[in-house]
Design a protein around this ligand. Sequence first.
Ligand SMILES: Cc1cc2nc3c(=O)[nH]c(=O)nc-3n(C[C@H](O)[C@H](O)[C@H](O)COP(=O)(O)OP(=O)(O)OC[C@H]3O[C@@H](n4cnc5c(N)ncnc54)[C@H](O)[C@@H]3O)c2cc1C
Length: 403
Amino acid sequence: MIYDLLIIGGGAAGMMAAITAAETGKKVIIIEKMNRLGKKILATGNGRCNFTNSYLDEDCYRSSKKSFPFTAVEQFGSQDAIAFFEQLGIAVVDRDGYYYPRSNQASTVADGLIYKIKSLHIPVVLECKINRIEKKKGYFTIASRKKEFTGRNLLIAAGGKAQEKLGSDGSGFLLAKSCRHTLIEPFPALTALIIKKHPLKEASGVRCRCKVTAVINGQSSKAEEGELQITSYGVSGVLIFQLSRFIIDGIRKGKRSAICIDFLPEQKEKSQFFTTMKECASYKTAQQWLEGYFPTKLADALLAYAGVDSNKNVGNLSKKEREQIWRQIKECRMSIDGWKDFDFAQVTAGGVSVAEVSPYTMESELIPGLYFAGEILDVDGTCGGYNLQWAWTSGYLAGRSIQ
Ligand SMILES: Cc1cc2nc3c(=O)[nH]c(=O)nc-3n(C[C@H](O)[C@H](O)[C@H](O)COP(=O)(O)OP(=O)(O)OC[C@H]3O[C@@H](n4cnc5c(N)ncnc54)[C@H](O)[C@@H]3O)c2cc1C
């Protein structure tokens, strides 16, 4: 059997491409190394699948070629993705621009794609890892250790390297390299950060709202507000995930990288903060005073970092001690020493160079008939539905371009 399209990888991008191509009458087959399709989708959005976002612009994506992701997203954006899933009979909800299936279950999205694939009679081969690609006389042959498949076009949608237990193990990169494609060195993105000498380690387990700024070579760069998670190894939480891309990039380039935490972003005025202390907390210890603002463990840790005795009455704090407390609350600076690796990260930065791929069709500019879609490409999005949107966009563009 010679297929019109062979697809390596039955994740979000591969399934979208399969449905799109099959709907135009193409003979498609999906080859997937795991024991089911869409395993990673099940883990997305804490099991709820944040599948797109109504706010989309160029800054939502990173790539060595900045214009590439958005040129593609403009052709199939969030409204298209929403309409696509509604067409599959999946009701969606909008939570401040973040879209989820109404069921609140990621399996609704994964299964919805699988039901459609079945209805289109697209053959699926599971537990089959492709490790070889050849193109001869206009036909692609792809092979696992036991099986071979032949087709006129080939889509590599094998994902990146994030969370191998969900399928993507980086083997797609090797396949792309075997087709002479350039690889931009992959590294984890949307991940937690490691602090070796963690000044707030005692507060591990605390979650608190704050503003965190990435500081690269002493220069403040990107800032995010949201919920910070203090852990025993460092810091985590969505706002850290958002900053991790910049910080990891900085460290990899040998730059000094740190974060600066404002634990009380709504408190702008120092004088007002201390006036309130005098008026409302004069009978309290420093710890009791800060407990009015922070969880006890964090109050203790901040006072320890500021070098202030937590049992001291606030009325007895020296000006220097008050200044130190204010500094740790408003500008708590910590050097970042590393990051949680691919087994923790949500997404892979880097990948197949987009300089060799068309942003309109996802077709290779080196080998006609070869396509790429999803996380395997050198495109990564910020948190908020942008990575799945990239999978839908690139999968759709590849699927509709198959001749
Ligand atoms: C915990 C977690 C939460 C996330 N939450 C969100 C979220 O809420 N919103 C969002 O937008 N993004 C989220 N993401 C990111 C998003 O899930 C991915 O970017 C997206 O699923 C990538 O889709 P893909 O099809 O390119 O790759 P994948 O989903 O990784 O699919 C690739 C498939 O290819 C298969 N494969 C790999 N190599 C081979 C081979 N050699 N032969 C055969 N098959 C192979 C793999 O088994 C896999 O099934 C999250 C990621 C994680 C890990």
